[in-house]
Design a protein around this ligand. Sequence first.
Ligand SMILES: [Zn+2]
Length: 163
Amino acid sequence: MVSVPISEQAVWDILRTIPDPEIPVLSLIDLGIVTRVRTDDGAVEVTLCPTFSGCPALHQMRMDVEETLVSHGCTQVTVIVDQRASWTTDLLAENARRRLQAFGIAPPPPRGESLPATLALPVKCPHCGSSETKLDSEFGATLCKQLYLCNSCHQAFERFKPL
Ligand SMILES: [Zn+2]
């Protein structure tokens, strides 16, 4: 099979269309998960930075990247998970926070001097904007989210955990 040469920019553009398996409103690029793309003739190498160690979504992301690139005609796709890198919520693209909020998930605040200080900040309800909220459970539907309750509008919401 002859592989078609593809540019790195084209690969980034394709990756931009792959939704996060757990938060489909964000792409893998919005999340800042893809740290490097290399192309060599028809071979493509994509490096991912794992979000949470042992995050079950990572396996799905790998498969999504492979399958999507293959469907675009890339025949040699290698996905590398860089275990030395550590993802933080500061890698979220600027528009990602707004989209999380619009999706009903409280976005993590930009990380200040320290993580404990960031964690102590009040969490705003994405439905009504009130800061009168309380942590209901450390674990939401996925490992990376916490469950909150709003005292103003009485709705529950998820918060993307800062890290
Ligand atoms: Zn509310």
